[in-house]
Every structure is written in structure tokens, then in C-alpha cells.
Write a protein that binds this ligand. Structure first.
Ligand code: 5GP
Ligand code: ZN
Length: 116
């Protein structure tokens, strides 16, 4: 289901521009508008789920497709050698601001400890 008041559903629908990195039948990867690392790509399912818990429980196959796209993005962005961070902020306490599940793929420089 596409929800018209969801920012990332609107990116899926082509209503808001984004710099696409990879697209599959069920997933989309695009560059974060405010990158926190030299490589910062967001990977989403095209279908709307609010967070990773809802996606993993609601559609495990789609969850695995999001992870597969994230891994391919890490490879094509040249991150497999040095490593990268794959992160799902889940809920307001964790800093989730867009409530359409998205994996952050971060890398390209040493990232330091996750919580500082
Ligand atoms: P969250 O805090 O929800 O885990 O992450 C949301 C991410 O979405 C942030 O890193 C933010 O920079 C990114 N973001 C917010 N609005 C847009 C947008 O319109 N386009 C793109 N490409 N990224 C966005
Ligand atoms: Zn959405």
C-alpha cells in the first residue's frame, strides 16, 4: 500500500526526486539527502511498513530482499573491503524520523563507535 502522506512512498511513486542507486521489483536504494558518511544510502521496500519490526514480522521474504539490496549496494559502493554499518533506527527513542522502514548503509570512512 502506498500512503500519500509518507515521504518515502512519495519517492517510490516518483513524486519526490531522489538520487537512485539501485532498484529492484520490490526495493529501492537512494542517497540520503543529508549524508552522515561519505557513502550514505537508504534502502527501503517499495511497500509501506513503519519500521523493521513490522517488516520482519509482516513479510520476512521482503525483509530479506531489503537486506540483499543493502548488500549489493555495499558491494557496488566499494564498501565490502573496509566494512560498513547497516542500521535501522526503530521508533522515536532510536531517532527514527521517517516512518517508512529504511536501512541506512553507511561507510567510506572510519565511523567510530555507534553510540557516542
Ligand atoms: P531516520 O532518522 O528516520 O532513521 O532517517 C531518516 C533519514 O532520511 C535521514 O538520514 C534523513 O537525512 C533522510 N531524509 C529525510 N528526508 C529525505 C528526503 O527527502 N530525501 C532523501 N533522499 N533522504 C531524506
Ligand atoms: Zn511509506
Amino acid at each position: 500500500m502506498v500512503t500519500t502522506d509518507c515521504l518515502f512512498c512519495r519517492i517510490v511513486a516518483g513524486e519526490i526526486p531522489a538520487t537512485l542507486v539501485r532498484e529492484t521489483e520490490t526495493t529501492l536504494a537512494f542517497r540520503d539527502i543529508s549524508p552522515k558518511a561519505p557513502v550514505h544510502v537508504l534502502v527501503i521496500p517499495k511497500e509501506h511498513y513503519v519500521d523493521v519490526a513490522a517488516l520482519a514480522q509482516g513479510d520476512p521474504k521482503l525483509m530479506s530482499e531489503v537486506l540483499e539490496t543493502a548488500a549489493v549496494v555495499a558491494e557496488t559502493e566499494g564498501l565490502l573491503g573496509d566494512g560498513f554499518r547497516l542500521m535501522f533506527n526503530t521508533g522515536a527513542y532510536a531517532g527514527q524520523e521517517v516512518f517508512h522502514v529504511h536501512a541506512h548503509v553507511l561507510g567510506g570512512a572510519p565511523l567510530g563507535p555507534m553510540i557516542s
